[in-house]
Design a protein around this ligand. Structure first.
Ligand SMILES: Cc1cc2nc3c(=O)[nH]c(=O)nc-3n(C[C@H](O)[C@H](O)[C@H](O)COP(=O)(O)OP(=O)(O)OC[C@H]3O[C@@H](n4cnc5c(N)ncnc54)[C@H](O)[C@@H]3O)c2cc1C
Length: 304
């Protein structure tokens, strides 16, 4: 195997909150074949977890007693030949353009690349600082668009190294959640996806991306470690609004604080631990429940 195998690694280095305990082992495959080879030789009982940019996870201070696969080197982007595209989605040769993107590719990079290729519709990903793998798992979205609206087929791998193509109708796809129907999604991971390339206007798309990024800089606390929105928005409301009305902006547990700029963000002011963040999450849920009778559901995935 060509990839890097590391032992006793702090996962704080691989999450955007910069908190979290140790992983027993971390494997960083250099390419797809390397990943496959690694999975094939991995003992069946070994707990396995995949991480992209770690921009949507809270890894507990107790860490992860298993192997973490870091996908960051799996970044190939490829415009598919028309005949392969039409075979994959059984559509007219002349109308389909598919782009295959590997799971470790950064979503903002993919968004810019698509614009350069003359495709539109993916601009929203320019502001979401994770990988395509993470975007597929979370159905990441913003500004009225979400990831799976643009996916024709996903490619998944299981722990025996077997790869399969999975079509959108095989998943339950919702707001920030995606579940493979009738199968254990925990035992399959995304290696790539084929996105539909919709014709776009390069100048208009570039302008759109600039606006998106400016809006984010203006409204989000991007200079401190965070994991984006911590809670899903309840139906017809905003988690941030409810938290703000509870008077929790600026409230801290240790160095974990509700952002003054955006109440649905928790920022790490320097030395926060995962336990601080978890306690703050529980406290916010309790206050919002007491005041509004609404149970805020976390958008971030808690690991450990
Ligand atoms: C500043 C900021 C702004 C954000 N804004 C938005 C936003 O507007 N909209 C939005 O939806 N999200 C937003 N997020 C959250 C986050 O960036 C997205 O959910 C992103 O898609 C997660 O990607 P990731 O690579 O970081 O995933 P990770 O955090 O690494 O992983 C997320 C989950 O996916 C799993 N996973 C990762 N890769 C794979 C794979 N290849 N196969 C199977 N499972 C995998 C992990 O085990 C974990 O359960 C924001 C985050 C930040 C920090």
């Amino acid at each position: 195997m060509k990839g890097r195998l590391l032992h006793q690694v702090s996962l704080a280095d691989f999450t955007t909150w910069k908190v979290g305990g140790m992983a027993k082992t971390v494997f960083i495959p250099t390419d797809f074949e390397d990943l496959k080879e690694f999975l094939i030789q991995l003992p069946k009982e070994e707990p396995l977890m995949w991480l992209g940019q770690g921009s949507n996870v809270l890894v507990c201070d107790s860490g992860f007693k298993g192997t973490v696969i870091l996908t960051k080197n799996l970044q190939t982007l490829q415009l598919m030949p028309k005949f392969l595209s039409s075979a994959l989605i059984e559509e007219d040769l002349t109308t389909v353009s598919l782009v295959r993107v590997e799971c470790g590719c950064l979503s903002p990079h993919f968004a810019h690349w698509m614009v350069q290729q003359g495709f539109g519709g993916i601009e929203f990903l320019a502001g979401i600082p994770g990988t395509i793998g993470g975007a597929l798992v979370m159905n990441a979205g913003a500004h009225g668009s979400c990831t799976w609206e643009h996916v024709a087929v996903a490619e998944m791998i299981d722990r025996t190294g077997e790869v399969c193509l999975c079509y959108p109708h095989e998943f339950d796809i919702g707001y920030r959640q995606v579940q493979l129907k009738g199968a254990l999604q925990e035992q399959r991971w995304f290696t790539a996806a084929y996105f539909i390339g919709e014709p776009g206007d390069e100048l208009a798309s570039k302008r759109k991306i600039q606006e998106i990024l400016k809006r984010r800089r203006d409204t989000q606390p991007l200079t401190l470690p965070n994991a984006g929105s911590v809670f899903q928005n309840p139906k017809d409301d905003f988690a941030g609004r409810l938290i703000e009305v509870c008077g929790l902006k600026g409230f801290c547990v240790g160095d974990a604080c509700v952002s003054e700029k955006h109440a649905n963000f928790i920022v790490n002011q320097g030395r926060a631990t995962a336990t601080d963040i978890e306690q703050l999450i529980r406290l916010i849920q309790q206050k919002v429940d007491e005041n509004f009778g609404v149970h805020l559901v976390t958008e971030i995935k808690i690991i450990g």
